[in-house]
Design a protein around this ligand. Structure first.
Ligand SMILES: CC(C)(COP(=O)(O)OP(=O)(O)OC[C@H]1O[C@@H](n2cnc3c(N)ncnc32)[C@H](O)[C@@H]1OP(=O)(O)O)[C@@H](O)C(=O)NCCC(=O)NCCS
Length: 167
C-alpha cells in the first residue's frame, strides 16, 4: 500500500482546515510548522489535489511507555530490566468536517499505522500510542483495537499487531 499522506509544506492551504475541535484546528494553523522546524514532531497531510486544501492531518513523534504502565499480560513478555519501552506517538489525527464520516478517517489511520510500522524497521518501537482528545476520539481508536494504558488517558496498539495488518 502506498502512503496517501505527504509531509506538510508551505504550499498546502492550512488556514481553512476545520475539524470541529478547536485545539486540533489551532495546532495545524499556528503550531505545526514550528514543531516541524524544532524537530518536535512530523506532520503528514492528505491534500485535495485541485485546491491544495488539507483534508486530513496527523502528527508523529518518538515516545516511550513506562514499563509499569504496560498491562500485565504484555509486560510479562518484556525484559523487566527496561524501565521504559520505546513507542511512536500518533499525537493528533483530524479530518476537515467536510470529509468526515466517509471512510477517510479509517484510511488516514491506516496510513499513519503503516508509516509507524515502516519506521519501526529502522528505529525500535514497541507500540503506537495515541492521546484521544475526548470520549468520541477514544471510541474511534477503540474500534480499531487500541487498548487503554492504565494511569493515563492514552491508548496503544502493539507494533506486532500492526505488522499483522501489513505483512
Ligand atoms: C474521529 C475522526 C478521525 C473519524 O474520521 P471519519 O472519517 O469520520 O471516520 P470514518 O468515516 O473513516 O469511520 C471509520 C469507522 O470508524 C467509525 N467511527 C468514526 N468515528 C467514530 C467515533 N467517534 N466513535 C466510534 N466509531 C467511530 C465509523 O462508524 C466507521 O466504522 P465502519 O468502518 O464499521 O463503518 C474524525 O471524525 C475527526 O477528525 N474528528 C475530529 C478530530 C478528532 O476527534 N480526532 C481524534 C483524534 S485526537
Amino acid at each position: 500500500m502506498n502512503q496517501i499522506s505527504v509531509p506538510l509544506n508551505s504550499t498546502h492551504n492550512k488556514s481553512e482546515f476545520s475539524c470541529g475541535k478547536e485545539m486540533l484546528d489551532n495546532y495545524l494553523h499556528k503550531q505545526a510548522n514550528q514543531d516541524i522546524k524544532r524537530k518536535l514532531s512530523a506532520c503528514f497531510v492528505v491534500i485535495e489535489a485541485q485546491t491544495n486544501l488539507i483534508k486530513a492531518y496527523y502528527t508523529l513523534s518518538n515516545n516511550s511507555i513506562p514499563l509499569d504502565n504496560v498491562p500485565n499480560d504484555i509486560k510479562v513478555k518484556l525484559p523487566q530490566s527496561y524501565h521504559t519501552i520505546p513507542a511512536t506517538l500518533l499525537g493528533r489525527l483530524a479530518l476537515d468536517q467536510r470529509f468526515q464520516g466517509k471512510g477517510l478517517g479509517k484510511l488516514i489511520l491506516v496510513d499513519a499505522l503503516k508509516r509507524c510500522f515502516e519506521l519501526s524497521k529502522n528505529i525500535g518501537s514497541f507500540a503506537v500510542v495515541v492521546d484521544p482528545i475526548d470520549q468520541d476520539a477514544e471510541n474511534f481508536y477503540k474500534k480499531f483495537g487500541f487498548i487503554k494504558l492504565p494511569d493515563s488517558g492514552k491508548m496503544f496498539l502493539t507494533m506486532k499487531t500492526i505488522g499483522q495488518l501489513f505483512e
